[in-house]
Design a binder for this molecule. Structure first.
Ligand code: ZN
Length: 96
């Protein structure tokens, strides 16, 4: 293995490490070193690029939902959401 390839292997994280970093990157500010290594991996790996886009999308969608916002605050579901679930359950129970 050439010296450049060895260095790349040491600097660039594996797919598994990259996915963990991508998740952490949504919750906390990673160091410049971590963000750089994440970026370098994603330049070369289409799977991790796609994974990163998907978790960013899910994170954004979840934050927009008031029910999820309550979970993040530890407050559980809103009364409105509980009412909707209860109504659906009652309708299902009445059907069969
Ligand atoms: Zn990857």
């Amino acid at each position: 293995m050439k010296i450049v390839e060895r260095l790349m292997f040491l600097v660039i994280p594996s797919c598994r490490e990259t996915q963990k970093l991508q998740s952490r990157n949504l919750d906390e500010k990673l160091s410049l070193w971590r963000r750089s290594s994440l970026w370098m991996h994603c330049v070369m790996c289409g799977w991790c690029r796609r994974y990163g886009k998907q978790i960013k999308f899910l994170n954004r969608v979840c934050r927009d939902l008031p029910e999820c916002g309550n979970f993040e605050k530890g407050e559980g579901l809103s009364d409105e959401a509980k009412g909707r679930i209860e109504k659906c359950l009652c309708e299902e129970k009445d059907k069969g």
